[in-house]
Ligand binder design. Structure first.
Ligand code: ATP
Length: 304
């Protein structure tokens, strides 16, 4: 059997507190809710679980508080097979929390980064060996930007493939973008990074990002699938799969996990994007971000 690909995820861990209520409270009002769920989340942890489910050898670098949520998040990762020796516990900050209110078919979310803000460049130095042994390093933007920049720098120093999921959206310097091999914005992140209105074409947005020095840009397009372009290439679209949708939370995380898994195995960008569209299509047929991540066998059985 082939060696599993080795991926290091440098990113966030959050506990999602999902409250369901018939209606949202008005300012200053208290309403009674119907349900509460505590669901492990955070883009970093979600993508790490997605990769582990697919069979990658996966290590996570991140930070939680020394509290019950932090212990629960670490336990959830370890149970899926993620190496959590790079996840540091801090006394001075609580574990990151996303407070999500679902009411009247809408959601409103407050994210408190907590300990994620303490995931610092020195934590990467402590785990440099992990990075040196990986095939690919995957990052998102829910930890301090200085850590993301240093993570990319270390990955480059060791000649690793660098993949950045620029979520949540924020502007990034050309210096940072020019070191990224694979950039994976969704439609709105693409518009913000390219400094263009969302109505402008995907190809225009991607072209702008390629001009900054990114080697390849892969944009997710929701139910429509994804599109990618490499430097000096032309735009290639991968159509989305029609599936019975249950919950699209974490669709982007599943896509990134699938893409990283295939790229870490030296697959072509076309093969990797096709695989990522399959993985994310299956993920939206199940509830929950981490809970919805499919196993490799499920993907193979469904799409062959
Ligand atoms: P989220 O923030 O909800 O995680 P995102 O905005 O980062 O999502 P999307 O572009 O919405 O990412 O979706 C990522 C991928 O998931 C798409 O490229 C597609 O392959 C798959 N996907 C999303 N929604 C659907 C759907 N309704 N049907 C099939 N596939 C879907």
């Amino acid at each position: 059997m082939n060696q599993p690909p080795k991926v290091v995820v440098i990113g966030s861990l959050n506990m999602d507190l999902v409250v369901k209520a018939r209606r949202a409270p008005k300012r200053g009002e208290t309403v009674m809710g119907d349900e509460i769920h505590f669901i492990p989340g955070g883009k970093g942890a979600n993508q790490a679980v997605g990769l582990a489910r697919l069979g990658a050898e996966i290590s996570m670098i991140g930070a939680v508080g020394s509290d019950s949520f932090g212990r629960e998040l670490k336990r959830a990762l370890k149970k899926t097979g993620v190496n959590i020796t790079g996840v540091k516990e801090h006394d001075s900050q609580a574990t990151g929390v996303a407070s999500i209110l679902l009411a009247e078919g809408d959601n409103s979310i407050v994210v408190v980064p907590g300990a994620n803000a303490l995931c610092l460049p020195e934590d990467l130095e402590d785990n440099e060996r992990m990075i040196a042994e990986a095939d690919l390093v995957l990052l998102q933007l829910e930890i301090p930007l200085a850590t993301v920049e240093y993570g990319i720098q270390l990955a480059k120093k060791h000649g690793k493939i660098v993949m950045l999921n620029p979520a949540p959206a924020q502007s990034l310097s050309q210096e940072l973008l020019s070191q990224v091999d694979y950039l994976t914005p969704n439609r709105s992140e693409l518009a913000l990074l390219a400094g263009m209105p969302e109505e402008s074409s995907v190809a225009q947005g991607i072209n702008r990002l390629l001009d900054t020095g990114v080697t390849c840009c892969v944009t997710t397009l929701g139910a429509e699938g994804a599109a990618f372009m490499e430097k000096e290439g032309s735009i290639t679209k991968i159509l989305g799969h029609q599936v019975p949708v249950v919950d699209t939370t974490g669709a982007g995380d599943a896509f990134n996990a699938g893409l990283a898994y295939a790229l870490a195995q030296q697959k072509s960008i076309r093969e990797a994007a096709e695989f990522a569209v399959e993985v994310s299509a299956l993920a939206v047929t199940k509830f929950g971000a981490q809970g919805g991540m499919p196993r490799l066998r499920e993907v193979e059985e469904h799409f062959t």
